[in-house]
Write a protein that binds this ligand. Sequence first.
Ligand SMILES: [Ca+2]
Ligand SMILES: [Ca+2]
Ligand SMILES: [Ca+2]
Length: 398
Amino acid sequence: MRNPFSLHQASSLALDAGRRVAYPFIYHVTVMKTKVVILPLLAVVAFVPLCVRGAETAQARLWCWSLHFQQGSDSFGDTLDLTTISGTPNGELAPYNAPGEYVSNFILDSSGVPFTGTMYLSLPPAVDDNHNGWPDFFEVTQSVAAASSGTYNTPISSGTVTATWSRGGGSKDGSCVLEVVDSNFGNLGQFRHSFELLEYNGPLAYAPGTNVVNGSINLTKSGDPTSLLQGPFQFLKLAADPHNQLTLQSGVWTNAQSQTLSFGTNLFLRDLTSWPTNYYGYVQFDDGDPTTSAPDFVLWMLSIDDVNDADNNGIPDFSDTPQPVSTRPPRLSLSNMTNNLQLAIQGDVGTVCLIQESTSLPATSWQTAQTVTLTNDPQVVSLPFPATATAFWRIQVQ
Ligand SMILES: [Ca+2]
Ligand SMILES: [Ca+2]
Ligand SMILES: [Ca+2]
């Protein structure tokens, strides 16, 4: 077994409502003595789009706080792999226990002699040139050109790592050169890696609710339009602050390979200070990459931007108190036929109408002649001729 370590998720995870331009930190490293664990094959579940009455659309961006590294190599053909699981390296560089601090186990193959260790690497300082509250480093639209540093240790030595990062704006793929200098063995090489941001964008359909917001996502991976992530969601509004705090309920989404990704419950906040149409929170998958043999790439962030604001009160429809559904006042016309009268009612289908009759105006009392639920617009109702010479009718909407 090459990698006797595994990354485990810490128990607590909190959102920083005031300072979003920071990296998260939720992991710690523990030694794992067990053998490789193979997950059972996940069931294939078809995704059925959620159709909800009065659905509206917001925009969503979902990205992973882990980076995906390809194998790196130096000019001598030595290789460097990163991994957070046992078995085949998964290339994950994962957030660690302080903002911007990352960790991964590694396998460095130097002239055919592999040795393993754990690398602790800082990301470049977070910047936000596009002023959206999120670190540009994790935005595909933004470019990166920066350096950072770290350390590593192995069972027999330790050393330093210097990272040189480069990624063009609009590209999910970048390069990272890791220069490894060992305290005992000197410079072990400059390893050039490709690294990838895992980011999805797309519409998020939802139905505003008093206490619950139901909907579905339909996201496409940046730089890979065939890779989709779809599925339903449910948010519960917090009773004490329903416009600004919602809890994402656990659920399951499905990717283009019909693999399912389960996620847990997490709190979402509305950004009241700098982006009031934006909601954000963590999405923690049980396993963010079903193609690898163990849970990995678990921590993601979902940013929801909703510019719908039907009542123009500054609170997006996503979390605002839903407006009551208004029905059009019915419009009436009466026709004198050979054997009866025909009352045509124009109104919203589904409206329940009481047809009421009086022999005089002002009426001392209106008598309900029929109750009709509109199934057409207009809907024609037959009325018998009145017993009196003069009669009046009206509609009362229920
Ligand atoms: Ca930004
Ligand atoms: Ca996995
Ligand atoms: Ca509103």
